[in-house]
Design a protein around this ligand. Structure first.
Ligand code: UD1
Length: 421
């Protein structure tokens, strides 16, 4: 298994282009199943999760071709006749569950393995299931697979989500585009990826109102057409790289970055003494003074502080002045990076969903292990400012969500290399 060697020290300066959003792309791709006509996505990030979704769609009978070095994908589901999403592919990535709604809308039947993904919590599927049941489907769990059926086709329904789940909102929105009648999703997720999905589905002829608000109304239509849609910038990649010059010193411009994608995160950076300014091409980030101040962070659904930036923020706060309290409210097991950061000299006390971080002057390089996607990049960030060398193993997690990570960090002067095993 490959690892990444990070040599700490040295300021970072330069520009980093931000790729298209992984999480948006993983929900836009299954939307192809809703139409017989081609769906083209541009600004696609080149990641192993995208390759996994490609493989899954192909296994369902869709044609997926990749152009311009993977930055454009053209999908056609005209001959997608297989409603079975196999465990061997689904287990690699939880977002595979996003084919459930589209398959059911298309075939009136879907057999989808219960997903795997990052080991950051239980991550059940009840909200997806209850929503689709409200639309007339019967769903049973057999042999690790969800067997869903709706012989007369999906019907519009009023659905109130117990929790504003991103995936459930996306699955239900896609299913509702072809249902008979009107669906209203209340307590819907409001993440920018939901708005992006609504834009794409609307370009395909769907009738959707309210995406980005807690109440989304979808008027079902008979069929959807093809479309071409640019994937929005990845706000988590953006937030991650914004922290690089803060942790290591220097100033970096994030090309394509927009404050509204990371507003709650920017508020915390401001509180910690970090300057974020808008430029014509993106965002520029640097420390205002010497050392960053401790801040308290509580993860929340959008527009709150994103759980997907919690690990990276913790890496920053390890060397902040004072004590920070990080509260994780979205996933129950998302502090696996804490013991690894402690191997580098961080002072962290984890009690349930709360981590108390007391800043130290400097971290020390150490061999550490990536435990999930965002945890892995937090260890690289920590390594940038640490004394000596940090070796992050199990970097396959990184390949799932960070395009050309070594090249991007090296482009701003970091000393990082991938060690092939
Ligand atoms: C998406 C993102 C992920 C991000 C998360 C929260 C994708 C591909 N992934 O994941 O990067 O961390 O949003 O912003 O977009 N839950 C239930 N029942 C359900 C569904 C979810 O209880 O049926 C719970 C989960 O266990 C979790 C919480 O809701 O505790 C959030 O999950 P959800 O918003 O669904 O996240 P994902 O869509 O899986």
């Amino acid at each position: 298994m490959d690892s990444i060697l990070v040599k700490g020290g040295g300021e970072l300066r330069g520009k980093i282009p931000i790729a298209g959003a992984k999480n948006a792309c993983l929900t836009l791709m299954p939307a192809t199943l809703l139409s017989d006509e081609p769906l083209t996505l541009t600004n696609v990030p080149r990641l192993s999760d995208i390759a996994t979704m490609t493989q899954l769609l192909q296994s369902l009978g869709a044609e997926v071709s990749s152009l311009q070095d993977g930055q454009v994908i053209v999908m056609s589901s005209r001959d997608a006749e297989n409603p079975v999403a196999d465990y061997e592919i689904v287990r690699k990535m939880r977002a595979s569950n996003l084919v459930l709604g589209p398959l059911l809308a298309r075939h009136g039947k879907a057999v989808v393995s219960m997903p795997g993904g990052c080991a950051i919590g239980a991550r059940p599927m009840d909200l997806h299931i209850h929503g689709l049941e409200a639309m007339g489907a019967t769903i049973e769990l057999k042999d690790g697979y969800l067997h869903a059926e709706v012989p007369g086709g999906l019907r519009g329904a009023d659905i109130t989500l117990r929790f504003a789940s991103v995936g459930a909102t996306e699955n239900l929105m896609m299913a509702a585009t072809l249902a008979k009648g009107t669906t209203v999703i209340s307590n819907a997720a409001r993440e920018p990826e939901i708005i992006d999905l609504a834009k794409c589905l609307s370009a395909m002829g769907a009738q959707i109102d309210g995406a980005g608000s807690p109440s989304i109304t979808i008027q079902g239509v008979d069929r959807l057409t093809g479309a071409t849609h640019p994937v929005l910038p990845d706000r988590i990649e953006l937030g991650t790289y914004m922290l690089a010059p803060v942790i290591a010193g220097g100033e970096v411009e994030l090309l394509g970055g927009r404050i509204e994608l990371v507003a709650a995160f920017c508020e915390k950076l401001d509180e910690a003494g970090i300057s974020v300014t808008e430029t014509t091409d993106g965002l520029k980030v640097s420390r205002r003074n010497g050392r960053v101040s401790a801040v308290n962070v509580r993860t929340e659904v959008f527009p709150g502080f994103p759980t997907d930036l919690q690990a990276q923020m913790m890496a920053l706060l390890c060397t902040a002045e004072g004590t920070s309290v990080l509260e994780e409210t979205i996933f129950e097991n998302r502090f696996m990076h804490a013991p690894e950061l402690m191997r580098m000299g961080a002072q962290i006390d984890v009690q349930g969903g709360t981590a108390t971080v007391t800043g130290v002057d400097r971290l020390k390089g150490a061999p550490v292990m990536a435990t999930d996607l965002r945890a892995s990049v937090s260890l690289i960030l920590a390594g940038l400012a640490a004394e000596g060398e940090t070796v992050v193993s199990r970097v396959y997690h990184l390949d799932r969500g960070y395009e050309q990570v070594v090249r991007k960090f090296n482009g701003i002067g970091a000393q990082i290399e991938r060690i092939k095993s």
